[in-house]
Write a protein that binds this ligand. Structure first.
Ligand code: SF4
Ligand code: SF4
Length: 160
């Protein structure tokens, strides 16, 4: 099989870049009027149509803050460009593993969840992390405390 030239690889890279930029712009345009902020750089959402209770339920459609979910021809449809991967639909879904969400943070950290319990634990962990960060700000470690508040020694000639 002939090897790809570097020019071919670059063209492929450029096309991917352009498609990504277009997608980002489209999402921004759709989300801006809703006043919804994006916290994740990337993600995906899938609904298992076989296990979904559909017409008897539709709770996820009601709870989605961006209207990314809608009812179409007897099943839940997804406007993927409107999904911000918040997890509200998973949290309220009555069927475990019916909605699967994957999301990536700016730090590269990836989170996956498909059960209300997963979302609850994730929220708890995020809140605990934030609390710890705030506590560390207010109550620094002894070393940090000394560094922040240690009085500067007066030079010998200025001492009383
Ligand atoms: S993850 Fe959030 S934004 Fe995406 S479909 Fe579910 S509720 Fe809507
Ligand atoms: S909440 Fe779950 S079971 Fe109910 S309609 Fe949405 S995906 Fe289906």
């Amino acid at each position: 099989m002939p090897k790809k030239s570097s020019a071919e690889v670059d063209i492929f890279g450029l096309l991917t870049d352009t498609a990504e930029k277009k997608k980002k712009k489209r999402r921004e345009e759709l989300l801006k009027p809703l006043g919804v902020k994006e916290f994740f750089v990337e993600g995906s959402i899938d609904i298992d149509k076989k296990t979904c209770h559909g017409v008897e339920c539709k709770i996820c459609i009601e709870k989605c803050p961006t209207n990314a979910l809608y009812w179409k021809a007897g099943e839940v449809g997804i406007v993927k460009d409107l999904c911000v991967y918040c997890g509200a639909c998973v949290l309220c879904c009555m069927v475990d593993d019916c909605i699967k969400v994957r999301r990536k943070r700016e730090t590269g950290e990836e989170e996956r969840f498909s059960k209300p319990r997963d979302v609850a634990i994730l929220i708890q962990n995020i809140n605990a992390k934030r609390r710890l960060e705030r506590i560390q700000e207010v109550f620094p470690t002894p070393e940090e405390y000394c560094r922040r508040y240690r009085k500067k020694k007066k030079p010998m000639h200025k001492r009383d």
